[in-house]
Design a binder for this molecule. Structure first.
Ligand SMILES: *Cc1c(COP(=O)(O)O)cnc(C)c1O
Length: 361
């Protein structure tokens, strides 16, 4: 006798899971990780801490010491910090608390695919606005969306993945003035950009209690393996996230890893400076090739081959063991590929493979 299968939730059947293919390659420039490790001293400190964790006990549910470290980093109070397993879990908590059936979230394509994905998982209706052809967020598009919807959350991504530009503070301020609900600025690449929405915080600005800035340890902090992200927001938002998150969600190892990592702030800033310089070098090299490319405030560059099929080029690069991201089927990104800035050596490998592939007919 075969058991009858229970179908999954009907609103999920259309959903395609989010996959970033984990393909074997010598040069992996597809998921915007840091090509550099944290300093050895961090690893030594962490190993020492791990040896002292009481593994028989639940971790600190409040993540008190980690939140204090992050509060010190940003000059805020721990009550304004919420930490979770990657910034994706932070976004999920925001959507569980403020989204859900009958509620809307606004976002502006092309942008980070997970924003739409997590909205769908939480049965939150997505209202879509569009960026300009050169991928800028303009206030006209913002007004158009906010005239026809009353989103409980409005998502921005600055610098925007996968297009690269940061939204100027005036634009974020405009969204904050117009949006009726929370304005969530995903700053996964924030340290690469000249500006941050955190600068809008502070007394006096109306609506700033609705501003939520989300950060991650996965990119600039070189800690993607640990899964740690956080938000900086009004304490009321923090409480709302604590209400919906699972108990003891953040394990003791991750808490320790993050708390120790922020002690190595100068090393992080050095990595960012190195990668920013390399980004300039790749960008200049792309300028001499038959590809269209856009300015970036992050650790990746979006480009579009002008006389070549993007997926064929992606495959040709992989033949040289260089893995980039094929974005060509993503909304508004016909023919586009995205390359993460790696080490100088990796970037040379990428550029050599790209030149070779573009020369073949
Ligand atoms: C990489 C990335 C993240 C990181 O997600 P984690 O869950 O923290 O690893 C978040 N937002 C954007 C826009 C990203 O590109």
């Amino acid at each position: 006798m075969t058991a009858r299968r229970i179908p999954i939730r009907s609103d999920l059947t259309e959903l395609v899971g989010y996959h970033s293919p984990q393909v074997e390659a010598e040069v992996r420039l597809n998921t915007n990780e840091s090509p550099f490790e944290l300093p050895d001293a961090w690893r030594a400190e962490l190993l020492d801490e791990l040896g002292r964790i009481s593994f028989n006990r639940y971790p600190d549910r409040e993540a008190g010491r980690l939140r204090q470290a992050l509060a010190d980093l940003h000059g805020v109070s721990p009550a304004e910090i919420f930490c979770a397993n990657g910034s994706n879990e932070v976004l999920q908590c925001l959507l569980l608390a403020y989204g859900g059936p009958g509620r809307q979230v606004a976002l502006f394509e092309p942008t980070y695919a997970l924003h739409r994905q997590i909205a769908s998982l939480t049965a939150t209706e997505v209202v879509t606005g569009w960026r300009t052809p050169d991928h800028r967020l303009d206030t006209v598009a913002v007004d158009e969306v906010l005239d026809r919807a009353r989103p409980a959350l409005t998502f921005l991504c600055s610098p925007n993945n996968p297009t690269g530009r940061a939204d100027p503070p005036e634009t974020v301020a405009h969204v904050l003035d117009r949006a009726p609900g929370l304005v969530v600025v995903d700053e996964a690449y924030g340290q690469f950009a000249p500006t941050t929405a955190l600068d809008l915080r502070g007394p006096g600005r109306p609506g700033v209690d609705r501003l939520v800035v989300v950060r991650t340890f996965s990119k600039t902090w070189a800690m993607a393996a640990a899964r740690l992200g956080y938000l900086v927001a009004d304490p009321e938002v923090v409480s709302a996230c604590e209400l919906v998150v699972l108990p003891y969600h953040l394990d003791a190892m991750t808490q320790a890893a993050g708390r120790l990592a922020v002690r190595y702030l100068p090393a992080m800033e050095e990595r960012v400076a190195l990668l920013t310089e390399e980004r300039g070098r790749i960008s200049a090299a792309l300028g001499d090739l038959p590809v269209e490319t856009w300015p970036s405030d992050a650790n990746f560059l979006l480009f579009r081959p002008t006389d070549r099929d993007a997926t064929a080029l992606w495959a040709a690069l992989l033949e040289d063991s260089v893995l980039v991201r094929d974005c060509s089927t993503w909304p508004g990104l016909d023919g586009c590929l995205r390359v993460t800035v790696g080490t100088a050596q990796e970037n040379d490998r990428f550029l050599a493979a790209l030149r070779r592939s573009l020369q073949e007919s």
